[in-house]
Design a protein around this ligand. Structure first.
Ligand code: ATP
Ligand code: MG
Length: 569
């Protein structure tokens, strides 16, 4: 992580992805431009529409978009929908929405790999004509046997020397539906002895009698990922095809395909390390299970780091950009802490979010010397770090609510808040001194009594005396009540993400707690996605699904306390 990442622009937003220090991909691009390999930059984000995007995908989106923007180039959103079994249009819509929300502007540059099936077929025919691909009769099991191992070379396919004419005929018949699934494949003729297993005559087309969500029943053969992806890039004039490290060993095949396809300006693949978060579940398979078993409230549950979940929780695109920038772009695998993401949302919201008073665990405070039936208005700044947010009026009267843990009948050492005989400041209001308290039969405190000093209006004493504690409050007469949701990691961090024996997730039973909170009246009027700091309690965002007009539900995005430290350079 680099510390320059937390620079902000004049709006308090995270600085753009690329700071002064260029990452290795930018250096490669600079070189390509200087050597005239390309005269422009064109990138893409190529999701497979088989699930919701997560924080890792956000890195890929922002990286690809950021590079296009930095070099004055173009950025495509392309659905890699070459595999008809797992893909759904529900995912397509969510992905489009997520990418837009992150601010990666693809304009009308939205493409579907399935639109290129005809061209892919033609390219396969061209390669067969060159004698560089052949139709194989091997079954999947035989194929595995012939492939060899990491230490042993593979064996040539008995069909490897089929004539071009026979291959053209068989491939056409594959397309026409004359063969059953698995009966025939089209293989690239490369090198069965290659030390790179990906180059041992990989399959480039398979027979699959499946209906595709966009092309319907037009095709019963589908291209394999390693064949389709470079062609998609080539057709779209992508220059730099940026992907994650697991594709490094596939790069020779990528290069083989773009060479055989004879693109005028062949794209090049560059790999970077995936973004991983410690103790956080991102795998589609696991999240799907949580959704299906109703353990979470859909793919956008605020406890999930899907982009939709992060958004619903209250994260901003700026905070995600800042986080991705901090994580950096590298070739070596690292794991990032969720605490770093929390740091970014705090940094982003500190100057932006109004600071309001909400009491999450209320207990009544009665000011016995404040006249019964009287009330007054006090002025409170909305954000001391950002005057532009202005101020608001708060009503103050004899009965208030404060946090239960801001009072101790028998204070522990160094406790600075309210206890019998102690004086504290009620934020933006008065000094009060605790005189007594009442309890119920279980010993639970029900009412705290105090007296106030009218001379301390606004929160300062004219005689200069100081108090050690300042606590927040809401006025009992006009406070609203709202549901506030407090979150912990859905994973039991003490146990780690997965149970090594069962492979199941180790779930934290306390990942969601709902409380009824007393809040300032203004907080009742908030709209979905409005964000606030609840003073001393954290940053909260109005839930977009469960809130109603006048009855917002608040999700805690993050608490205010953090042990996270920016790493030194
Ligand atoms: P998952 O394994 O989580 O299902 P995926 O790689 O199968 O993800 P794709 O839809 O194929 O999902 O990914 C689209 C793009 O996002 C690819 O270019 C992929 O390399 C990139 N990507 C996926 N996961 C990460 C990650 N954790 N960090 C950075 N980029 C990622
Ligand atoms: Mg994938």
């Amino acid at each position: 992580m680099s510390t320059d990442a937390v620079k902000r622009d004049e709006n308090g937003c995270a600085a753009p992805l690329n700071g002064e220090n260029k990452n290795f991909i930018e250096l490669e691009i600079d070189k390509d431009l200087a050597e005239g390999v390309y005269d422009h930059v064109h990138t893409r984000f190529p999701p497979e529409p088989n699930g919701y995007l997560h924080i890792g995908h956000a890195k890929s989106i922002l990286l690809n978009y950021g590079l296009a923007k930095e070099y004055g180039g173009k950025f495509n959103l392309r659905f890699d929908d070459t595999n008809p079994t797992k893909e759904k249009s529900e995912f397509v819509d969510a992905i489009i929405d997520n990418v837009r929300w992150l601010g990666a502007d693809f304009g009308d540059r939205i493409y579907y790999a399935s639109d290129y099936f005809d061209e892919m077929y033609e390219i396969a025919v061209k390669i067969i004509r060159k004698g560089h691909a052949y139709v194989s009769d091997l079954t999947a099991d035989e194929m595995r046997e012939y492939r060899g191992t990491l230490t042993e070379p593979g064996k040539n396919d008995p069909n490897r020397d089929r004539s071009v004419e026979e291959n053209l005929d068989l491939f056409e018949r594959m397309k026409n539906g004359e063969f059953a699934d698995g009966e025939k494949t089209l293989r690239a003729k490369i090198d069965m002895a290659s030390p790179n297993i990906n180059m041992r005559d990989p399959i480039i087309y398979r027979v699959a009698h499946l209906s595709h969500q966009r092309t319907g029943d037009k095709w019963c053969i589908y291209p394999m990922y390693d064949f389709a992806h470079p062609i998609e890039d080539g057709i779209e004039h992508i220059t730099h095809s940026i992907c994650t490290l697991e594709f490094e060993d596939h790069r020779p095949l990528y290069d083989w395909v773009v060479r055989e396809a004879e693109f005028e300006m062949p794209p090049r693949q560059i790999e970077f390390a995936k973004l991983y978060l410690n103790n956080v579940v991102t795998g589609k398979r696991y999240i799907k299970k949580l959704v299906e078993q109703n353990i979470v409230d859909g793919w956008d549950d605020p406890r999930i780091v899907s982009i939709s979940g992060l958004r619903r929780r209250g994260f901003t695109p700026e905070s995600i950009k800042m986080f991705v920038e901090m994580a950096g772009v590298s070739k070596s695998q690292a794991v990032n802490d969720y605490a770093a993401l929390e740091y970014c949302i705090r940094e982003d919201l500190k100057p932006k979010a109004p600071r309001m008073m909400a009491v999450l665990d209320p207990v009544k405070l009665v000011i016995d010397n404040y006249p019964q039936g009287q009330s007054e208005e006090l002025e409170a700044p909305n954000n001391l770090e950002n005057e532009a947010l202005g101020s608001r009026k708060l009503t103050f009267s004899r009965e208030l609510y404060i946090e239960r843990d801001d009072f101790m009948a028998e204070p522990v050492p160094k406790y600075k808040r309210l206890y019998p005989g102690n004086e504290v400041r009620l934020m933006y209001a008065y000094f009060v001194t605790c005189t007594s308290y009442e309890t119920d039969e279980t010993g639970k405190v029900t009412v705290i009594h105090c007296t106030y000093d009218p001379a301390t209006r606004g929160g300062d004493a004219p005689d200069g005396r100081k108090v050690k504690g300042t606590i927040h409050w809401v006025n009992a007469a006009d406070a609203g009540t709202v549901t506030a949701r407090l979150y912990e990691n859905i994973i039991d961090e003490a146990k780690g993400v997965y149970d090594p024996e069962t492979g199941e997730l180790n779930l934290n039973p306390h990942s969601l707690t709902e409380v009824r909170a007393y809040v300032e009246p203004a907080l009742l009027r908030a709209k979905p996605f409005d964000r606030f700091q609840f003073i001393r309690n954290g940053f909260f965002c109005v839930d977009c699904k469960d809130s109603k007009d006048g009855a917002p539900v608040y999700n805690r995005i993050v608490s205010l306390k953090s042990s996270f430290k920016l790493p030194k350079k």
